[in-house]
Design a protein. Structure first.
Length: 449
């Protein structure tokens, strides 16, 4: 059964079911009240439902006295950058990220260009629940301006990253295959690669929202990209999700290297040039942790969720951070996951490595991760956590976000869902077999009474 999903990542629902015009207007009115009728940047991914939602959001913001800067189909990180550029009071990205085609949603951002922190998000949702409005009379209505240079500015910002040598990358003339899954990435990733002198083989580039395959950039969804790499003898391939904050890599033999290694490659490059601090979420691979520790850099974990990582990064002035789902955060550009940033850092990393992408991945700490979920219908998730915490008290325990148990060379992370009676089980170990066994073992322990 479809539900409206409301979290620190915004709200998402299915078109024609839970994400109704009434819901869209109600939450937009609440956000307009939250920013007190200030300037709001509005962008969207390419989903088929995007145009009608954009009309509703624009109209509601104008009725609430807001000036709307509409930047059309762009990556979510572009919206974040444009909030800073336009000195806006906030921003809204119309996207359901990696969810299937029938979904869409709203992501809310503050004046700092980051997603709203939990307390601020709760404030907006409370206003929505109370159906709070900030409607203006005819003489105080807002207005809409259109800005078609947002992607151009985003590319320029990425090309100015201090850790990359644009001219050296251009000389290398990498051959790169790209799958932007008919999302917003078709408007930025090929252009960025061309600006870096790459020969680009683009598939599913048209930003028409009719996703050529399941849009989440997981290995099982990258079959077309893998074939494109092999057929064209490309150096590697990139896949991004519809709103372009996550990036996955396929090696020169047409094999996915795993989303976790996008961040690991970026971390190794950055720490090889400058020492600093790093933040990742509780479910991200130890590969990045091993790299940070190799370079004697502080490594900190946060709760799962981009805003939680970004807030912790700001708190400790981190040099790099992100999430193991292919989300790289480089504060030098902005405090948000950014696939174009991941692309540029990967090109520089491979250039400096000198070998193939397969060899670069092999040079990094090697782990395998599995992600599963188990039904806990009729069980108390908090009691499960307490029981396992007591059982494994002799291991390294972390209860910041669910329960994480660290063993010598492996770990398991257990998190209850806030929307359904399941518990997520993420396990990592040196081999896939060991990771599977660890996850299966804890799935059994979770359901023991």
């Amino acid at each position: 059964m479809s539900r409206l999903m409301v979290s620190i990542s915004g709200l998402r629902g299915e078109i024609g079911s839970t994400l109704t015009p009434e819901v869209i207007v109600r939450y937009t009115q609440a956000f307009a009240k939250y920013v007190n009728g200030g300037k709001v940047v509005l962008g969207r991914d390419s989903r088929v439902s995007g145009p009608f939602i954009a009309e509703l959001v624009r109209g509601t913001l104008v009725a609430s006295g807001c000036q709307v800067v509409d930047i059309d189909i762009v990556p979510t990180p572009t919206v974040q950058l444009e909030i800073e550029h336009h000195q806006a009071a906030g921003g809204i990205a119309i996207t359901a990220s990696h969810n299937p085609i029938q979904w869409n949603g709203l992501k809310f951002m503050g004046a700092d260009g980051r997603f709203l922190p939990p307390a601020a998000a709760e404030q907006v949702y409370s206003l929505a629940d109370q159906n709070e409005k900030l409607l203006q009379t005819w003489d105080k209505l807002g207005n809409v301006v259109f800005d078609d240079r947002a992607i151009e500015r985003h590319i320029k910002k990425v090309l100015s990253i201090s850790f990359i040598d644009v001219e050296a990358i251009k000389k290398r003339r990498f051959k790169v295959a790209v799958d932007t899954v008919n999302g917003a990435g078709g408007r930025i990733i090929p252009q960025l690669l061309e600006a870096l002198g790459c020969q680009v083989i683009a598939i599913n580039q048209e930003a028409n929202g009719r996703f050529a395959h399941t849009p989440e950039p997981l290995p099982e969804n990258l079959i077309q990209l893998c074939e494109a790499v092999r057929e064209n003898q490309a150096d590697f391939g990139f896949a991004v999700d519809p709103d372009v904050d996550r990036c996955a890599i396929v090696d020169n033999e047409g094999n996915p290297i795993g989303e976790e290694y996008t961040l690991a490659i970026a971390a190794k490059l950055v720490f090889s040039k400058q020492l600093g601090r790093m933040v990742v979420n509780m479910s991200s691979s130890r590969a990045s942790e091993d790299i940070a520790r190799y370079y004697n850099s502080m490594f900190v974990r946060s709760k799962v969720g981009e805003i939680n990582v970004a807030e912790k990064m700001k708190e400790i002035d981190a040099l790099i951070g992100g999430e193991g789902n292919g989300g790289v955060i480089l504060p030098e550009v902005h405090l948000g996951r950014d696939a174009p940033v991941a692309v540029a850092l990967t090109l520089q990393a491979l250039l400096e490595h000198g070998g193939t992408m397969k060899e670069l991945k092999a040079s990094l700490p090697q782990y395998e991760m599995v992600k599963k979920k188990v039904s806990i219908e009729g069980l108390n998730p908090d009691e499960i956590i307490e029981r396992l915490k007591e059982k494994y008290k002799d291991q390294e325990i972390n209860t910041l976000d669910g329960l994480k148990i660290d063993f010598d060379d492996r770990w398991v992370h257990l998190r209850k869902s806030n929307t359904e009676p399941i518990m997520r089980v993420i396990a990592e170990a040196p081999t896939l077999k060991e990771a599977e066994e660890l996850a299966d073992r804890f799935m059994k322990e979770i359901t023991q009474k």
